[in-house]
Design a protein around this ligand. Sequence first.
Ligand code: NAI
Length: 280
Amino acid sequence: MAGQLDGKVAIITGGAQGIGAACVQKFVEQGARVVIADILDQAAKELTQNLGSAAYYRRTDVSKAGEMEALVDETVAHFGQLDILFSNAGVMGEPQGNFLDEDFSTFERTIAVDLLGPMLGARFAGAYMANNGGGCILTTASTSALYGGYGIVPYRAAKAGVIGMTRSLAIELGPHGIRVNTISPGPTKTAMSAAMDNVPEEQLAALMDVSMECMRGRMPLGRIGLPEDIANAAVFLASDLAAQITGIDLRIDGGETAGNVENTLAKMQAGFATALQNKQ
Ligand code: NAI
């Protein structure tokens, strides 16, 4: 059976683990050849080995312009073309931090990886695609960008920036045949969802379960997302099935952003009944 991405070459940043690794696997399953760009050498190399010649690893820090430019060049040198840039790498910063006490270095790192990285990628991949018949630029944003909340202020700001960047790039790059979109996952079961940097491996699963349980109530479907849920949407947006789709943010969040799940109407009616009883 033909794959949705047959004949296409993709770069997936942050492809060594979590959502990115699920996307790498799904893209290859659908016929693409994929360059994994990450800084986790061991995990990326293991994944590449399992996928054979359809996958290639290039160590890349997405926040460095020189490395992003070299990534695009090496992809074209290795696979002969570049059709899809999926900027998925991300860091959350220090979610337990209080904004007023946060270290500036957290601001800088989060903005550099989550916003500057995708912008550099779009710049170098976009230049190649504009001269080579077009392509697709996809970035992982987050539902955290769509409403406010406690903690992770630089992360929310960077992800909102990515959505803003995407709208303008869709307009500027559309005439070159380049589609530009974002995906916004809601809570999704990965290491990042344990909401702490540098968690020891043996503690990770337990912390992930706790964080997932805290977030489940926000989702009308009552189900936490899996990396494969995001990968399915990424395949669709990267494929020719989405040929007319550009400038959008596709939320994959179990209904998290549909509205307030608290039944305030029922609460109000109970309150009315009590208030009327007290009046009698
Ligand atoms: P993860 O922590 O499992 O994976 C992130 C990947 O990005 C890792 O492989 C990491 O090595 C890589 N990375 C980090 N800094 C990098 C750099 N400077 N250069 C290259 N690679 C770098 O997290 P997860 O959950 O898979 O996150 C993937 C994307 O999804 C991120 O952009 C994240 O913000 C976003 N997201 C995740 C959600 C969740 O609940 N897991 C919810 C909403 C968005």
